[in-house]
Design a protein around this ligand. Structure first.
Ligand code: PLP
Length: 388
């Protein structure tokens, strides 16, 4: 069966160059980088080379990079650490459209009695800056805010947010899991104190993450025990995956601008193709002017996103939906809800996320198949009238 993978915001294919770079570390170079002997020293060199390649992609110093197991771990380390460092009186500010890897730890702190404020967003998913300024009037304060949204692709003005928050005296973290590798991310231009990202969103394997901590920022480790990562993350380093991530960052840095403009062209071809073939009751969710080049989130009114996905999957097409079936009822995505997308649109939302491996033929196949499915489901929907 023909397969078309358009769910790259969920995870990406591991690049063949990355597999190749990792291979020797499963066979010959299996030493522990902390060991004093030859086996360790040989591996430690590669670990530090990968650290330098990762740092270079985001304009950081290698000493500011901590390897973790995933984006979720990086976010949890920062958020629980900030609450402890800043103490009970501190305010934690986030947005209503964050990934659960941020909302989960923030809401846990709220349950423990911390002052947690979730800033709302407008109709295209941009945060309300006036509300942010108001929330920042309370100090001390910690701000955690995503760089790019995983569901809609909306890109936040992170430099502006960081400048506003820093000048109010806050400590600032960004969840850049969807941004790194897809957009230029440079901590020299964006004054965040901490930044998280994850290997499996940029063609490295699952199970490797990064936490950038700007020099001088107070940091409390999540994992205690060993002295690895200069005492900032205990646990023997996952050397093969770290080496793979280093290679993935090198590839992303080298080809980002050409690759992303090609990916953007294919995404636009997909989006305009679908809008032309399904002109009624179709909308694009998110900020079309400030958006990840690989992402489109489209809503088809009066039908269920999960039903579309199911039929797409039968045709070998992998995408994802903004609604989740929980106990028999369709729960609308918290992101689309926060943007005020009407329920009859939000329930029929589909996210297509492309990558460097997506081809024009694949896009045309999806543009051919989706309208057939949408029309078939609409014909069955009790809500559709002749005017729709
Ligand atoms: N943050 C965002 C914005 C994400 O999209 C994801 C994963 O989808 C995560 C955090 C979690 O990353 P990981 O899967 O590496 O834990």
């Amino acid at each position: 069966m023909k397969t078309v993978y358009m769910d790259n915001n969920a995870t990406t294919r591991v690049a063949p160059e990355v597999v190749e770079a990792m291979d020797p570390f499963f066979r010959d170079l299996w030493g522990n980088p902390s060991s004093m002997h030859y086996f360790g020293g040989q591996v430690a060199r590669h670990l530090e080379k990968a650290r330098a390649d990762v740092a270079a992609l985001i304009g950081a110093d290698p000493a500011e990079i901590i390897f973790t197991s995933c984006g979720t771990e990086s976010n949890n380390a920062v958020i629980s650490g900030a609450a402890e460092i800043l103490g009970r009186g501190a305010r934690i500010i986030t947005t209503r459209v964050e990934h659960q890897a941020v909302l989960g730890p923030c809401r846990h702190l709220k349950q423990l009695g911390h002052d947690v404020v979730e800033i709302g967003v407008d109709a295209v998913g941009q945060p309300n800056i006036a509300d942010l300024r108001k929330a920042l009037q309370h100090q001390p304060c910690f701000v955690t805010c995503m760089w790019a949204n995983n569901e809609t692709g909306t890109v936040f003005p992170m430099a502006e947010i960081a400048e506003i928050a820093k000048s109010a005296g806050a400590v600032v973290h960004t969840d850049a899991v969807q941004a790194v590798g897809k957009l230029p991310v440079d901590v020299r231009k964006t004054p965040v104190d901490m930044l998280s990202f994850s290997g499996h969103k940029l063609h490295a394997p699952k199970g490797i993450g990064v936490l950038y901590v700007r020099r001088g920022t107070k940091f409390r480790p999540l994992l205690l025990g060993g002295h690895q990562e200069h005492g900032r993350r205990a646990g023997t380093e996952n050397v093969p995956y770290i080496v793979g991530l280093g290679r993935a960052c090198e590839l992303a840095g080298r080809s980002m601008s050409a690759e992303q403009s090609e990916v953007g062209r294919l995404r636009d071809r997909l989006e305009s193709g679908l809008l032309a073939k399904c002109p009624k009751g179709t909308m694009v969710n998110g900020d079309r002017d400030r958006r990840l080049p690989n992402t489109t989130n489209m809503s088809f009114r009066y039908i269920e996103g999960e039903a579309i996905l199911y039929h797409l999957s039968d045709l070998g097409i992998a995408a994802s939906s903004g609604s989740a079936c929980t106990s028999g009822s369709l729960e609308v995505s918290h992101v689309l809800r926060a943007m005020g997308v009407p329920a009859e649109f939000a329930q029929g939302s589909i996210r297509f996320s492309l990558s460097r491996y997506t081809t024009r033929e694949e896009v045309d196949y999806v543009v051919e198949k989706v309208p057939v499915i949408v029309n078939r489901l609409r014909a069955l929907s009790p809500f559709v009238t002749d005017g729709d």
